[in-house]
Every structure is written in structure tokens, then in C-alpha cells.
Design a binder for this molecule. Structure first.
Ligand SMILES: Cc1cc2nc3c(=O)[nH]c(=O)nc-3n(C[C@H](O)[C@H](O)[C@H](O)COP(=O)(O)OP(=O)(O)OC[C@H]3O[C@@H](n4cnc5c(N)ncnc54)[C@H](O)[C@@H]3O)c2cc1C
Length: 300
């Protein structure tokens, strides 16, 4: 960030880094900001036509074509809830995997980060951004300058309080996808960072920020639905304490998740018992948050 001379460039980059939900200047977080910048240069930041549900629908349809099946509305609480299989891939947080698979305190050192407070809006018209570029963008980051963004991140991740001027990530899908709202109306969402497990209401602070950069925004609101950390965690168990990244992005945990070892994805091969057993290598899956292999029945 220090390499940029102009404040607008520094502010833009600070906003990109802020996606990682950690204080600016943290270990290697600039690399993640660069990834966001490169993706924006290469392709922009696309939204799925029809909404993100269409991605899940397409993946599920492909799986069905391949002969697979999908079961929903069922919480897996123990390995025994699953049919016998050679290997299991868990798309859960590491601590949930430990609970389900009986790995005891194998991931006890795993840390979760700050949460978010999200508001979904139905609007009577487009967001009245002062900046004309923002009116055509799918994603708009809200922060006056690098210092303000830095203060917001510190408040949520270090000081245990909600920021007065939250840094916001906002998306206005109906600007680029008219199927998302009736003619002339728009859908829009915004989230700001709050401390882990925070139970307050950030609506007023979020809308004060939006009014700064889009005066008259509140007059366009037809309906809003808010969700803080408890609501987000209730919707998706992976958002522990409202942490939508499922784990703090700080220190070694940025590089070595879920455990700081040479083989971070290795899981114990059997549930823990009173006598601790030595973890052995299990199949590695880089695209998921936890994997484990079930013992063949009858084996020790
Ligand atoms: C507003 C918002 C914006 C985001 N923006 C970005 C972004 O720009 N880039 C990015 O990379 N990420 C972003 N994220 C994070 C995003 O949610 C994850 O990156 C993404 O959803 C991970 O997808 P996934 O399929 O791996 O896991 P998930 O979407 O978490 O899917 C896992 C599923 O497993 C279910 N589940 C969990 N535990 C159990 C259980 N015990 N039994 C049965 N089912 C269970 C959950 O309910 C969930 O449906 C954002 C999140 C939010 C909320």
C-alpha cells in the first residue's frame, strides 16, 4: 500500500485488503488485496445472473447428471449420521468437523475472526451515488480514506466495538442483471464488520455511511432485512460468531489453515478417546475446510 503515491489509490487498495476482515498492515494481507485487484482487472467482479442461488442450482444439476444425489435440511451431528463411504469431504468449519468426527481438541487452537452485519434492501430506484462511476458498478466499496477504513477494521477486530463509520462492501446486482427486480426497482445489499459474536444493530451507522456517499438513499428504501452475527450463524453454522470467512486471517493462520503444521489438512484417522492417539495422514482436499476418512467397518 505504501508503494502507491496518491490517496485515492491507497484508499482503493485499503478497501481491497479490508475484504479479509483484519487490520490493515497485517501479515501478508496485502497479497489478498492484490488478488482482488487482479481479478477486477482481468474480468471485473461478476455476479451470477439470477442470483447466487443459480450457481448452487447449476452445480446440483451437474451432480444429478453424474448420478449423484443431494440431501438438504439435515444437520450432520455425528459421523454415524452418514452412510458408509471410503472418504468424506466436510465443507464445515474445522471446529465443527472435530465435533462431528470426534477429533476432540484437534482444532482447539483454531481462531475465528470478526463478524459482519448485513442488510438486504429492496429499493424504489437505483442507489443515488454522488460518483457517477459507482452508479454503473456491480460492487461498490464505501470508505472515505485509508485512515477511516483502518479505524473501522481495528474497531471490529481489535477493540471489540462496532465502528462509528463502518467500512462497507455493497453490491447492486440489479444494475447489471435486470431479472433481479421489477422494472425501475432495485435490490441492493451492504455489510460492515463488527466484533465476533456482536449482538447490536448496525443499521443506523450503515445508512449514515450510505447517505454520505449517496444522499437521499434512505428515501429509496422500500424494505430492509438485517442480519448480524447471531442470525448469520443460525443460517449457516460455518459463520461462527458471524465470521463469514470461517476463520481469522491473522498470523500463520493466513497461510496454514486449519492447523499450523507442514500438513495442515491432515486429520486424525479415528475419533479421540481418553487416551490421545497420534494423528496420521488422511486424504488431502485443498478445496474444502475439512476432510476425514472413515475406518472400514470391523477394523481397529
Ligand atoms: C454477504 C457475503 C459476502 C461474501 N463475499 C465473499 C467474497 O466476495 N468472496 C469469498 O470468497 N467469499 C465471500 N463470502 C464468504 C462465502 O460465504 C464463502 O466463501 C462461500 O460461501 C463458501 O462456500 P462453500 O460452499 O465452501 O461453503 P458454504 O457456503 O458455507 O456451504 C456449506 C453448507 O454446509 C451447511 N452445513 C454446515 N454445517 C453443516 C452440518 N453439520 N450438517 C449439514 N449441513 C451443514 C451450511 O448450512 C452450508 O449450506 C461472503 C459471504 C457473505 C455472507
Amino acid at each position: 500500500m505504501r508503494r502507491f503515491r496518491d490517496e485515492p489509490a491507497r484508499t482503493l487498495f485499503a478497501g481491497l485488503v479490508a475484504h479479509v476482515m483484519a487490520p490493515l498492515g497485517g501479515f501478508a494481507t496485502g497479497a489478498i488485496g492484490l488478488v482482488f485487484a487482479l481479478a477486477a482487472h482481468a474480468r471485473g467482479w461478476p455476479v451470477a445472473r439470477g442470483g447466487s442461488q443459480s450457481i448452487s442450482d447449476a452445480l446440483a444439476a451437474h451432480l444429478l447428471d453424474l448420478g449423484g444425489s443431494v440431501h438438504t435440511d439435515y444437520e450432520v451431528k455425528r459421523l454415524d449420521d452418514l452412510p458408509p463411504a471410503r472418504a468424506y469431504v466436510f465443507d464445515t468449519s474445522p471446529t465443527a468437523l472435530a465435533r462431528i468426527a470426534g477429533f476432540g481438541d484437534h482444532y482447539a487452537g483454531y481462531r475465528y475472526g470478526p463478524g459482519v452485519f448485513k442488510i438486504d434492501y429492496a429499493l424504489d430506484g437505483p442507489v443515488p451515488w454522488t460518483a457517477k462511476e459507482a452508479r454503473a458498478a456491480g460492487t461498490v466499496q464505501i470508505g472515505a480514506d485509508r485512515a477511516e477504513i483502518g479505524r473501522a477494521l481495528r474497531a471490529a477486530s481489535r477493540e471489540g466495538r462496532a465502528p462509528d463509520k463502518p467500512f462497507l462492501i455493497t453490491v447492486q446486482p440489479s444494475v447489471v442483471d435486470p431479472t433481479r427486480a421489477p422494472a425501475g426497482k432495485h435490490v441492493f445489499w451492504a455489510y460492515g464488520h463488527v466484533p465476533h459474536g456482536w449482538t447490536g444493530d448496525l443499521t443506523d451507522a450503515v445508512e449514515r455511511q450510505l447517505e454520505r456517499f449517496a444522499p437521499g438513499f434512505r428515501d429509496r428504501v422500500l424494505a430492509r432485512a438485517t442480519a448480524g452475527p447471531p442470525e448469520l450463524a443460525a443460517r449457516n453454522a460455518n459463520y461462527v460468531g458471524g465470521d463469514i470467512a470461517s476463520g481469522a486471517v491473522s498470523g500463520l493462520q493466513l497461510l496454514l489453515r486449519p492447523k499450523p503444521t507442514l500438513f495442515p489438512y491432515t486429520t486424525p484417522t479415528r475419533p479421540s478417546s481418553s487416551a490421545p492417539r497420534r494423528p496420521r495422514r488422511a486424504p488431502v482436499c485443498t478445496a474444502c475446510r475439512g476432510t476425514t476418512r472413515r475406518r472400514p467397518s470391523g477394523s481397529d
